[in-house]
Design a protein around this ligand. Sequence first.
Ligand code: IMP
Length: 427
Amino acid sequence: MPAIAIIGAQWGDEGKGKIVDLLAEKVNMVVRFSGGSNAGHTVVNPCGEFRMHLIPSGIFHREVTCIIGNGVVIDPAVLLEEIEELKGHDVAVDRLFVSDRAHLIMPYHLLLDGLEEEARGSGALGTTRRGIGPAYMDKAGRLGIRTGDLLEKGAFLERLRLVLDQKNRILTRVYEAQPLVLEEVYEKYCHYGELLAPFIRETDLMVQEALERKEKVLLEGAQGTLLDVDFGTYPYVTSTSTMAGGACSGLGLSPMKLDGIIGVFKVYTTRVGSGPMPTELLDETGELIREHAHERGATTGRPRRCGWFDAVVGRFSARTNGFSSIALTRLDILGVLPSLKICTAYRLEGKTLINPPSSVAMLARCEPLYEELPGWQTDISPIRRFKDLPREARNYVKRLEELLDCPASIISVGERREQTIMVSEPL
Ligand code: IMP
């Protein structure tokens, strides 16, 4: 199975970083295809504990080539900082490559993300303020600047002059903010360009050639399906395609080349930022999960909203992505609870829904219908075989498989690599 995508199946933060880190030792290449430094993967391994925003988790494996594809938007300051941090821990970065077609986060994107959020007032989306939305707007609006542009200084200056003129008019006239100085931005980004030049490549070609050589390529998703710009809880979404389909356009890969899609689900639900979340727990059970699992955003440090597993959005996610198997994470966390609930349907104005409505106004009015399962109330983190799990934990997993209509290939019972139950071989 040469090309396998790892996709967040909920609202992000499902634990994709650990799953990629785990599988990376069996592959030749790990590639990021969407999002930017709004993503935050926490990886704990023998090299240390790392919070990565842009660089694929595969970087910790000496033989693995890591690629940041064209679908990613790159803040060069963040990327260079991550490169330095890895070097500081003796992690080699000579196998890291960045697409020449990836768009850059520019200083005005960072400013506008904050200003636009403030202008939304009580309707704020709760963005990570990493400039993601404004950068993708410019990509679609054909005002973007790409990594490859930094390598052509003369053309870059002309492009920046044109774009900055427009951006400064928005900054000063719409938001009454200070304009940016062309020369300063130009010099800063030329410097970034020099530092990044050794990493910039035609990565689409590199991925295609790796597959022609029958190498194994892992496609690392960012965020989650419910944050997808088309199928997420719009407008409370990120600005890119986070789903399996986005992997192809975000890398320059034919859909015919995708051999498997693993959906990563946390066994309960979390969300950061605004927008409806039908199973959110605003009581002490939600607080217990949050504290026990240290549920805080890896990028912003914001407390994550916690709730029961929502099989309605889960099924939608499994179907729309076409998962070939699922990875279930944080099963150990549920060991603190005496009984567990799973939302199997919604009730809305007297009707039972098994598919989430596209309208967030309707979704916010949906009442979750739960079934209750007994908890196992023991520490399962030392367990490595499915059959050794307490019966209640096995039943919980089986019920999720049934509701999502997809088999579990991996179950994570702790944050470390070895705290994993491999149910079947996903690669
Ligand atoms: P943006 O991607 O920064 O524009 O934020 C849009 C929405 O996506 C906000 O609700 C963010 O909290 C959410 N979001 C973006 N990246 C992540 C992530 O990696 N995990 C969880 N939520 C995210």
